[in-house]
Design a protein around this ligand. Structure first.
Ligand SMILES: Nc1ncnc2c1ncn2[C@@H]1O[C@H](COP(=O)(O)OP(=O)(O)OP(=O)(O)O)[C@@H](O)[C@H]1O
Length: 505
């Protein structure tokens, strides 16, 4: 953030005092904030626009594609057995309580996705069994575990309403808040349902007590609350790890998750979900959720068809910045997230772009929680359309208007304290998965400024057996036309004639 530059307007000023921009583009028209109501029962559901899970709680933008733009509709995708959104059955056939079913219908979910259809019967079985579930990004894993929780919590007495019975752990504050929003929205018709977020709060609120039947939080805060006896876990019966591979793999977070689990009653149902379960995490996952039912995928099947993956050659770091600025118009067709490796890069990019008159915001773990909430909520509402972030937002964040993701830095990871940086395919997949949600279209563009970058990107491409196409930066008008065409097409891949080739720098 630009807090050390007093002459500039504050973050809140920049985000909230801006007049809404006139609607100019297709994306502006289709992504206006949530004003839509669930369909009246008499209207045919197939004609109604799809709603965004986070929309009701946070005003997340929604996609209402005009017919003339749409070539392939969600209904068609959900009827194709090879599509991850496919299902043979309806939500009515999944044995949900009437008030839970009403919540799903109210969100305008017409049919379950594959992961929902397959995992819900396994999750709802009695006696409850553990589950490890994997499916592509943006295919509805949240609803799968939320529907299980809503089906299992007992809120028949005031005491039970205030007793934590289900705990969801997520790796970031933003994701925990988002899941809380989905639980509230889906549980809207369950009278007296109490849901609470266990994320870091300001010092004055630290003595708070958690009195809700469903708690969604980050592992460190939850561990702290239980230790301080601010959250009674004696009635806990379900524990979910969202982005489970990330939670178990990171040393600090893995330990916190284990400690939290050790403080909960034995024999709880343990549920792990993620789009990725790399080999090094599989054993942890099996130990954390013993004898689990499993739904897994091969890594070759993990990429989402609707996300067009491209890369651009940039001669050096400065050329990456110039390219980003040239991209600004395309970034604001819908909303965009620019991923960088370091917090410092995020802050510097934000300052420089803002100083040059571009509207961007940044969110990293360097910022205070309340400031992070302001930024992410503004992004969900479409008040901020270009967000610069680190891997803190790489996972789970669901904002349907995101039509472009930029890997300003190719995702990599250190091998040991002094080892070389190697490609990080999992982070790449999660980052690009912030676009192309539930059958929508998106573009993921990676900036390549060295041979090492190019090698990492090609390793990622071969790991997922997916094509990452090189676009020629020699002719910007042509490049812009191609990228804009992809964003505005109903499915990525259609209308696209990019070059493929090696690193030209
Ligand atoms: N059955 C459904 N019908 C229509 N929309 C759905 C359905 N299930 C989920 N969605 C919507 O799809 C979007 C993506 O869902 P969700 O965030 O749960 O994906 P995910 O699989 O958890 O992705 P990630 O791996 O990125 O965390 C959300 O906006 C959600 O509201």
């Amino acid at each position: 953030m630009s807090s050390d530059a007093p002459a500039e307007p504050s973050l809140a000023d920049r985000i909230t005092k801006d007049e809404p921009e006139p609607k100019q583009s297709w994306a502006d028209e289709v992504n206006s904030p949530a004003t839509e109501q669930p369909p009246p029962p008499s209207e045919p559901a197939a004609e109604m626009p799809q709603s965004d899970g986070a929309a009701g709680a946070f005003g997340g933008s929604q996609l209402q594609e005009p017919d003339y733009q749409v070539q392939v509709k969600l209904a068609d995708m959900q009827a194709d057995p090879n599509n991850p959104l496919y299902s043979a059955s309806s939500f009515e056939q999944l044995d949900l309580k009437p008030e839970v079913l009403k919540g799903v219908t109210g969100m305008n979910f017409r049919k379950p996705s594959k992961v929902q259809e397959r995992t819900l019967p396994l999750l709802l079985m009695n006696p409850p069994k553990n589950l490890i579930g994997q499916s592509q990004s943006g295919t509805g894993k949240t609803a799968a575990f939320v529907l299980n929780i809503l089906s299992r919590v007992d809120i028949s007495t005031p005491e039970m309403q205030r007793s934590p019975q289900a705990l969801v752990l997520a790796p970031s504050r933003e994701l925990a808040r988002q899941i809380c929003g989905v639980v509230r929205l889906m549980g809207h018709y369950m009278e007296n349902l109490l849901v609470d977020a266990a994320v870091p709060v300001e010092a004055a609120q630290r003595s708070r007590k958690i009195e809700a039947s469903i708690v969604v939080g980050t592992p460190g805060t939850v561990q702290d609350l239980i230790k301080r006896r601010s959250m009674n876990v004696s009635k806990m019966r379900i524990m979910v790890l969202d982005e489970a591979d990330n939670m178990l793999d990171q040393q600090g977070m893995g330990d916190q998750c284990n400690r939290v689990k050790a403080m909960l009653p034995k024999n709880i149902q343990v549920v792990l979900f993620s789009a990725t379960f790399p080999e090094n995490v599989v054993t942890y996952a099996h130990n954390f959720a013993p004898q689990a039912n499993e739904m897994t995928l091969r890594h070759e099947d993990l990429t989402v068809e609707g996300i067009k993956q491209i890369y651009l050659d940039c001669d050096n770091e400065e050329a990456k910045y110039d390219t980003l600025v040239k991209f600004y118009g395309m970034l604001t067709i819908g909303s965009s997230i620019i991923f960088v490796k370091k917090k410092d890069t995020a802050a510097k990019l934000e300052q420089r772009m803002t100083a040059e008159g571009h509207k961007v915001v940044a969110l990293t773990s360097a910022y205070e929680g309340s400031q992070r909430d302001v930024v992410i909520d503004a992004f969900r509402l479409g008040h901020a359309k270009v967000l610069i972030s680190t891997n803190v937002l790489a996972r789970g964040i669901d904002v349907s208007s995101v039509s472009m993701v930029v890997n300003y830095d190719v995702p990599d990871m250190q091998t040991g304290p002094r080892g070389p940086a190697v490609a990080d395919p999992q982070t790449y997949l999660h980052r690009i998965g912030r676009t192309g949600r539930f059958g929508r279209v998106g573009v993921a563009v990676s900036f390549v400024s060295s041979k090492a970058d190019w090698e990492k990107l090609m390793e990622i491409s071969s790991y997922f057996q997916t094509e990452i196409t090189r676009l020629d930066t020699g002719d910007w008008d042509e490049l812009e036309e191609q990228v804009t065409k992809i964003i505005k097409s109903s499915r990525a891949g259609a209308n696209f004639n990019g070059n493929t080739g090696g690193h030209a720098a």
